[in-house]
Design a protein around this ligand. Structure first.
Ligand code: GDP
Ligand code: MG
Length: 163
């Protein structure tokens, strides 16, 4: 059995783009519309000299627990349950939102190791972008530009010891 890594976060932060970067596929549905990925979506990340692992792309955790969002939230919980490590994807352009805190509470309840990936740092000052998220107190908080495949090597390096 390969270890499992779940990508979680609000809709539209770039989870599916990261999934594509990690699995080098166009499998995950990437769209400008928030909340397009309703189901869990699996791919394998295998790179030379790295332990291969399964990546799970989840629909966004919106913090709203009703209707279709409740179904998505349930899928996210299942993905968290089966994962060895969680990548909490955040949006540097939006900054730290109350929904992010609600999601982090949920992730922490799982007791699983969390890496915060601050995405969309392209064109931004990385250190300034990270500083805002330091309030979360997540030791591994890394800058990322999933769309430009920048920061993925550091993310992979941080994940490896957790798998
Ligand atoms: P998801 O809802 O979390 O799966 O987010 P998506 O992967 O579908 O991306 C949402 C939007 O953000 C799309 O328009 C992406 O092109 C854009 N996006 C994703 N990653 C980046 C990035 O690194 N930089 C920028 N500028 N935009 C990004
Ligand atoms: Mg998506």
């Amino acid at each position: 059995m390969l270890p499992v890594v779940a990508l979680v976060g609000r809709p539209n932060v770039g989870k599916s783009t990261l999934f594509n970067a990690l699995t080098r596929s166009r499998d995950a549905l990437v769209a400008d519309l928030p909340g397009v990925t309703r189901d869990r979506h699996y791919g394998v990340c295998h790179l030379v000299e790295q332990r291969p692992f399964v990546v799970v792309d989840t629909g966004g955790l919106s913090g709203v627990d009703e209707g279709l969002d409740a179904l998505t939230a349930q899928q996210v919980r299942l993905a968290i349950d089966e994962a060895q490590a969680l990548v909490f994807v955040l949006d540097a352009r939006d900054g730290l939102l109350p929904q992010d805190r609600a999601i982090l509470d949920e992730l922490r309840r799982s007791g699983k190791p969390i890496i915060a990936a601050v995405n969309k740092t392209d064109g931004l000052d990385e250190q300034a972008a990270l500083a805002e998220f330091a309030a979360f107190g997540i030791a591994a908080t890394l800058p990322l530009s999933a769309a430009h495949n920048r920061g993925t090597d550091r993310l992979l390096a941080a994940l490896q010891p957790l798998l």
